[in-house]
Design a protein around this ligand. Structure first.
Ligand SMILES: O=C(O)CCC(=O)C(=O)O
Ligand SMILES: [Fe+2]
Length: 352
């Protein structure tokens, strides 16, 4: 994507600092760095990841995204997600609600299934626009492979810290089993009204999100805080966060924090906002429940939870059913009232 010079992130907006984790050190098993990652994942559930080595691939993904979004709407709509709760494919701006009142979202995105990227040129889950197919081999499959490797390494750290038998989390997120794991390229138009949400407040549906953005707009509501705070994009630093599935598996030890996207702050608002994400989600058949039988640490954490929280963290449904429910009930087409929005919620606990 030809990146025009973009204004700096302003200094006069409420910003939440994140811990910085060096991926090279994590890969080497550096204990100090592992402890920084653990601290971040169990407190806010968000951290910066540097030295991840994916910058070129991310740039190629943005090129793919720009080419895709330039296609006529009619062409993109041939590959739309649909209203049945499947995530893969194109989503038009306004397909989802951003809150209980049914206000429409402002972004379009293209989601590419991990299963399609890994099995290309075979069509594993669905078909995509020509601009996606053209970049599958050069950009998408390599980006998906690198993202899987990074999230798998992080998952290994969590597995050990949670006292789980070796490979437990990795097995729940295997490369081979079909899952909701996907690459997503997001475009938010420039000059959106400042009081509008681009993406409503949510917790991520899956286990780990590996996010790359350039402009501000992403905000978190940290525990115990009432004011939304920006996460400042830092060049070369990915923003990583824990999603609901890992919060559930870990009995709440790992935190899935709510976040949202609003128009970029200050003069950044005059620019299109692009983000690139890889979402690692459990295999479709994985049952979402705390792994108490596999880890004394998780069992102990669960035993200390209030009953209501215990129930939230143990939906006992498959990963497939969890995603389908959340995606389906976000869609404005399926909306019957505020209850539809409530039915799309995860572990937000009434904060959104
Ligand atoms: O665009 C961003 O910065 C965040 C996107 C996000 O939260 C999501 O797609 O789940
Ligand atoms: Fe998110």
């Amino acid at each position: 994507m030809p990146v025009a010079a973009q204004p700096e992130f302003p200094t006069n907006v409420p910003t939440h600092p994140l811990l910085v984790v060096d991926y090279e050190l994590i890969k080497k098993g550096d204990e100090k760095e592992i402890n920084v990652l653990w601290e971040a994942a169990t407190s806010l559930g968000f951290w910066y990841l540097k030295d991840h080595g994916c910058d070129k691939l991310v740039a190629a993904m943005f090129d793919m995204g720009a080419e895709t979004m330039e296609l006529p709407l009619e062409e993109k709509m041939k590959y739309e997600q649909g209203d049945d709760g499947s995530s893969f494919g194109y989503k038009f701006a306004g397909a989802n609600a951003v809150d209980a009142s049914g206000e429409l979202d402002k972004i379009e995105f293209i989601n590419i299934a991990k299963d399609d990227a890994l099995q290309w040129p075979k069509e594993a889950r669905r078909s995509y626009p020509s601009t996606v197919n053209a970049r599958m081999e050069s950009a998408i499959t390599p980006f998906v492979n690198e993202s899987i490797a990074i999230n798998d390494t992080i998952m290994g750290v969590f597995n050990a810290k949670l006292g789980l038998p070796e490979g437990t989390l990795q097995e729940l997120h295997s490369r081979e089993e079909f899952s909701g794991s996907e690459a997503r390229t997001i475009k938010a138009p420039k000059n959106l009204p400042q009081d509008r949400m681009a993406i409503g407040a949510h917790t991520d549906f899956g286990s780990l999100s590996f996010l790359h953005n350039r402009l501000g707009g992403l905000q978190v509501l940290p525990p115990g805080v009432q004011e939304w705070q920006y996460i400042k994009p830092i060049p070369g630093h990915a923003i990583c966060n824990v999603g609901d599935a890992l919060a559930l598996f870990s009995g709440g030890i790992l935190r899935s924090n709510i976040h949202r996207v609003i128009p970029p702050p200050g003069s950044q608002a005059n620019f299109e906002r692009w983000s690139q994400v890889f979402f690692t989600r459990p295999g479709n058949s994985a049952i979402l429940r705390p792994l108490s039988e596999e880890s004394a640490l998780i069992a102990e954490a669960v035993s200390k939870l209030p009953e209501e929280r215990k129930a939230t963290l143990n939906p006992g449904v498959t990963s497939y059913d969890w995603f389908t429910r959340r995606i389906k009930n976000q869609r404005t087409k399926n909306r019957e009232g505020p209850q539809t929005w409530m039915a799309s919620r995860g572990t937000e606990q009434g904060r959104a």
